[in-house]
Design a protein around this ligand. Sequence first.
Ligand SMILES: *[C@@H]1O[C@H](CO)[C@@H](O)[C@H](O)[C@H]1NC(C)=O
Ligand SMILES: *[C@@H]1O[C@H](CO)[C@@H](O)[C@H](O)[C@H]1NC(C)=O
Ligand SMILES: *[C@@H]1O[C@H](CO)[C@@H](O)[C@H](O)[C@H]1NC(C)=O
Ligand SMILES: *[C@@H]1O[C@H](CO)[C@@H](O)[C@H](O)[C@H]1NC(C)=O
Ligand SMILES: *[C@@H]1O[C@H](CO)[C@@H](O)[C@H](O)[C@H]1NC(C)=O
Ligand SMILES: *[C@@H]1O[C@H](CO)[C@@H](O)[C@H](O)[C@H]1NC(C)=O
Ligand SMILES: *[C@@H]1O[C@H](CO)[C@@H](O)[C@H](O)[C@H]1NC(C)=O
Length: 452
Amino acid sequence: MSICGRKNSSSPRICGFLFIFTLFLVSYYWKRSQSWDPLNENVEEGKWPGSFCKGRLANGTITPLQDKHSFIITPYSDKRQENLIRVLSIIHHQNVSNLYCIFCCENSQMIEVVQGEIDVHKDRFGFPYGTTDLLCLQPEDCEAHFISVHPENPNLELTHLPLFPIRNLYPEKPSVNFTICMSTMFGKYDNVLQFVQSMELYRLLGVQRVMIYKNSCSPLMDKVLNYYISQGIVEIIPWPIDSYLNVSTRWHYSMEGKDLGYYGQIAALNDCVYYNMFKSKYVLLIDPDEVILPLKDADWKSLMERLEKEHPGVGIFLFENQVFHRTVFSETPFNFSSWTTVPGFNVFEHIHKEPKDVHSFNNMKMIVDPTKVIQTSVHSVLKMYGGSLEVPSDLAFNFHCRIGKHMNSPNSTLIRDPVFWRYNKTLIPRVNDVLFKSGILGAGDPPQKQKG
Ligand SMILES: *[C@@H]1O[C@H](CO)[C@@H](O)[C@H](O)[C@H]1NC(C)=O
Ligand SMILES: *[C@@H]1O[C@H](CO)[C@@H](O)[C@H](O)[C@H]1NC(C)=O
Ligand SMILES: *[C@@H]1O[C@H](CO)[C@@H](O)[C@H](O)[C@H]1NC(C)=O
Ligand SMILES: *[C@@H]1O[C@H](CO)[C@@H](O)[C@H](O)[C@H]1NC(C)=O
Ligand SMILES: *[C@@H]1O[C@H](CO)[C@@H](O)[C@H](O)[C@H]1NC(C)=O
Ligand SMILES: *[C@@H]1O[C@H](CO)[C@@H](O)[C@H](O)[C@H]1NC(C)=O
Ligand SMILES: *[C@@H]1O[C@H](CO)[C@@H](O)[C@H](O)[C@H]1NC(C)=O
């Protein structure tokens, strides 16, 4: 830059202006980077705690603490029973005995330290690490928007501690009725065709938002996600859990060992439920190969109105899982010629389901009122307010199109049930539309279908 360096510069005023302007820009960006927030919710101007509370804003969805055994996800204010901050975390169930909560009390311009209560969720499935609530009782007369967590009682230099904005401080009326929490997309997920079919059916059934905790997916899948993000339906939460822990792709420790089950699915689901506490009236905890299908109602709204009326006080609704085998193909009367190049499964071709097994555990899936949930697992809620209900399977069930659970059972025991076909007229054109609009079909060479 030479304008201001030149001795004979014709305009010292321009120099002065540039200098001040630069200062302004620098301070603006400094402020912005200070208040950068991992979940896209801007920390409001003026809420930054100030110099009395040292630390650096945590800059990811998962923040490791110095003990290397504790990982903080998000602190949520929870005033349902006491005035506490529930810090959703993943910790080693044995090796962490103390965690301290450091409140930045803005009213007194002081920090206050309280020892947190460590509550490891019951469903850990044998893994050494588990979803954990660190319960921090908020000191009286302390108004805090930020909290930090430390393994030792910190009468020490606090500058390097991660600071977290506290969420859910201000209860609001939910702005949407149905949000889907999809946990942990991982393994370069590439099941584009089934994903789009599910998404379009969710939209027909009344979803307004889909939150995906994404670890990894294929480039083609990213195209589809970007399309749905541009439509304002999908919200992605980055989930780089494998940078911190050796995660299993299986749900139980006995299957392949490692630190934490299923890419931290349970932590992601709990985060999603709390994240939506004041955003969504209902939250569905399902995967992209699942759809909760109402059989007597046109959509979820009318299904839930029916259930609310018949079962007042219930906030947890469980739906029977019915597994349709993705390995058994059937002829269909529909024309899918445009889908043949798209990677993934065509749900319409899989109409054979496993018979109901009364002797084995049914992996029910749930629709929950988030304000009634304290701790959730995958197939049940562990701690809750009010009651839960197993919804009769003639009203609705969880349609689950996947690799069979009982692969040894002969095909002849499977039951033919083309229930999905009832959506052919509405769903097929909408799926085509998305495949074109997202750029999967149409422009350029068609993608190569991958086997397996
Ligand atoms: C923020 O991210 C950078 C780079 O990824 C990292 O070096 C830094 O320690 C992070 N800060 C905090 C508070 O986690
Ligand atoms: C946790 O603690 C146990 C017993 O104190 C120890 O044997 C083990 O190595 C520790 N685990 C880790 C991951 O440090
Ligand atoms: C949610 O449902 C209620 C009635 O159950 C309706 O009045 C409201 O408009 C719905 N909100 C949205 C965003 O669809
Ligand atoms: C995963 O385990 C391997 C050895 O089993 C170890 O070297 C590596 O550091 C671990 N990775 C993480 C993120 O813990
Ligand atoms: C079931 O049928 C499919 C073909 O639709 C076949 O590939 C598979 O091997 C059969 N499985 C059993 C257990 O017979
Ligand atoms: C299926 O639809 C395509 C156009 O999308 C058409 O070219 C083809 O002839 C149709 N096939 C059948 C069997 O109707
Ligand atoms: C296709 O959908 C229409 C409308 O829902 C339905 O009447 C028809 O039976 C469906 N076709 C098949 C073969 O199931």
